[in-house]
Design a protein around this ligand. Structure first.
Ligand SMILES: Nc1nc2c(ncn2[C@@H]2O[C@H](COP(=O)(O)OP(=O)(O)OP(=O)(O)O)[C@@H](O)[C@H]2O)c(=O)[nH]1
Ligand SMILES: [Mg+2]
Length: 227
């Protein structure tokens, strides 16, 4: 007879094995074939919804494109810039050979200096895509560690809650602040996430520059792709 204690221990070990196996598989996939597929400036240019997709959203300059480069170990497969507003279309990247899933690099929101008309267009493109894309498995909502959640982020999160689109909050640029400040923003962001029904309760803390949190995020992406 197996006691409940041993059973619990076994399932815990099993869980850890599964997690380790997934992380390893994810690492392999992300270091394998990664190709830029296309850039869609309007919804009519979207690719056929043939594969699971994971979208990267967040304020301008938060580090969406940099994170895609870091996750895939490519220096510049997604274009980055110190000037906010670099990414202006939905950019699709394919991972795996044969293709397993797609990553979508999105234009940033909350970029005050862009012309109003341009901002309105991006907003519509991003919202329509996030709300209506059947193959979208998860959205990563990126938040700059130095700034924490801003009203536009809360607005985006609320929109995703209402559309019942599950999302993970990913703190970026963790290398740019002290550990104590990072802990503070992490706690504050986690508390806000708890209030949002479509948000994952656990946050990801990352640095594209230093590689922090990338293995965990790769594994999370693969888990999301398979749900
Ligand atoms: N120190 C540090 N800098 C980062 C990190 N991630 C991004 N950056 C810098 O932040 C700036 C903006 O990065 P992008 O990846 O272009 O940001 P984005 O969110 O794609 O911006 P838009 O496309 O304009 O919305 C660049 O100068 C990056 O080098 C990081 O983890 N650490
Ligand atoms: Mg970008």
């Amino acid at each position: 007879m197996v006691s409940a204690g041993i059973r619990a221990e076994f399932s815990m070990d099993q869980h850890e094995d599964d997690t380790a196996a997934l992380a390893q598989e994810a690492r392999k996939l992300f270091s394998g074939r990664v190709d830029f597929l296309l850039s869609a400036p309007q919804l009519k240019f979207l690719p056929e919804p043939e594969f699971p997709e994971i979208a990267f959203a967040g304020r301008s300059n938060v580090g969406k494109s940099s994170l895609i480069n870091a996750l895939t170990g490519r220096k510049a497969i997604a274009r980055t810039s110190v000037t906010p507003g670099r990414t202006q279309e939905l950019n699709f990247f394919e991972i795996g050979d044969p293709t397993q899933f797609r990553l979508v690099d999105m234009p940033g929101y909350g970029f005050a200096k862009a012309p109003l008309k341009v901002v309105e267009n991006w907003k519509k493109l991003v919202r329509t895509f996030l709300r209506g894309r059947a193959v979208l498995k998860r959205t990563m909502v990126l938040v700059d560690s130095r700034h924490g959640l801003k009203p536009v982020d809360i607005e985006m999160m609320t929109m995703l809650d209402e559309a019942a689109v599950g999302y993970r909050i990913v703190l970026t640029k963790a290398d740019k602040i002290k550990a104590s400040a990072l802990e503070e923003v992490r706690a504050r962001t986690a508390a806000e996430a708890k209030k949002h029904p479509a948000a994952y309760p656990e946050l990801h803390v990352t640095s594209s520059e230093k590689g922090m949190g990338l293995d965990e995020l790769r594994a999370a992406v693969l888990r999301d792709v398979r749900t």
